[in-house]
Design a protein around this ligand. Structure first.
Ligand code: MN
Length: 304
């Protein structure tokens, strides 16, 4: 195992890749944001292929201008490091452990991790590396609140459950939900898991208010399962679910949370099931986050 710093310097223990995410040209030490991929899709139960998503999103990222006029930010000037992809060859346990320690090292160095899945289960070890006190906002069509599924607790159908086990059920909010087993809904209500059904996510202002009421001014870990979007906008996902969110609404949410984001992941893109539109949207969300975050004035010193 190599640490992210060693990886960044030596380029070892990562899968060979053709290119970095567009404009992610910084090394680990000088980066404010550290991006990496987890090409893992072993529990995707309906249709798989998200192991190809990190590369697909990197490729898609070259579609975009470096200048983001809405934020007056040039991403060519923002120090982002792309570590490459974790190696999935040795299986789930080594991968999840490598993922968690990679995430820990990035967070410990005071940088913001950006994880490109892979299936949604990769958000579990990513969230476990976040400090207590962080609130997880999970965008997902599915409740993902099963204890286990098809024989494993690390299924992508259990992601929210795994996150709440680490951060606490009171520090998680699921947005855009429209699917789950009856027992999942019952259990979520019994445990007072906060979730916003997709039909209640109508406008940006309402969504911002609901999230602020829930999260206060806590730092936020934002996990975006791309199936939160309506399949019309993101058809290339493992489990498409109709009646989803529109991209503008999710963009407004990312922009709103950007100042407080402690980490971000984009999961469940399955590039073989569309014409590239879902990877384009995933890559764009990363760039919108970077632009929105960088447009801020420097934070005032923290009071103690
Ligand atoms: Mn989902």
């Amino acid at each position: 195992m190599f640490s992210p710093r060693e990886r960044s310097e030596r380029g070892k223990n990562m899968k060979p890749r053709n290119r970095v995410f567009a404009d992610a040209n910084a090394d680990f030490d000088s980066a404010r944001y550290v991006l990496y991929g987890a090409p893992w899709d072993s529990t995707q139960c309906f249709r798989s292929g998200s192991r190809r998503a990190p590369e697909a999103m990197r490729e898609a990222s070259y579609n975009y201008e470096t200048w983001l006029d809405a934020y007056r930010v040039d991403l060519a000037e923002v120090p982002v490091c792309d570590l490459g992809d974790l190696s999935p060859e040795e299986g789930e346990e080594p991968l999840f452990s490598d993922l968690q320690s990679t995430q820990q090292e990035i967070v410990g160095a005071g940088k913001i991790p950006i994880l490109l899945g892979g299936e949604h289960s990769v958000s579990g070890p990513a969230a476990r590396a976040m400090p207590k006190g962080v609130h997880a906002v999970v965008l997902d069509a599915h409740l993902d609140f099963r204890r286990d599924y098809q024989g494993t607790p690390n299924s992508h159908a259990c992601t929210v459950r795994r996150i709440t086990e680490h951060l606490g059920v009171e520090r998680a909010t699921v947005v855009g939900v429209r699917s789950g087993a009856r027992e999942e809904y019952e259990d979520a209500r019994r445990q007072r898991l906060a979730f916003l059904p997709a039909e209640e996510c109508r406008d940006a202002e309402g969504l911002r208010r609901a999230l602020d009421a829930r999260t206060g001014d806590s730092p936020v870990y934002l996990s975006i399962d791309m199936d939160v979007f309506d399949p019309a906008y993101a058809p290339g996902v493992g489990n498409p679910e109709p009646f989803g969110l529109a991209p503008g609404l999710v963009r407004a949410l990312v922009v709103h949370l950007a100042p407080r984001l402690a980490g971000l992941d984009i999961t469940e893109v399955t590039p073989d099931h569309d014409q590239g539109v879902t990877a384009l949207l995933g890559a764009k969300l990363v760039r919108e986050f970077l632009g929105a975050r960088e447009s801020l004035p420097p934070a005032p010193p923290r009071k103690r």
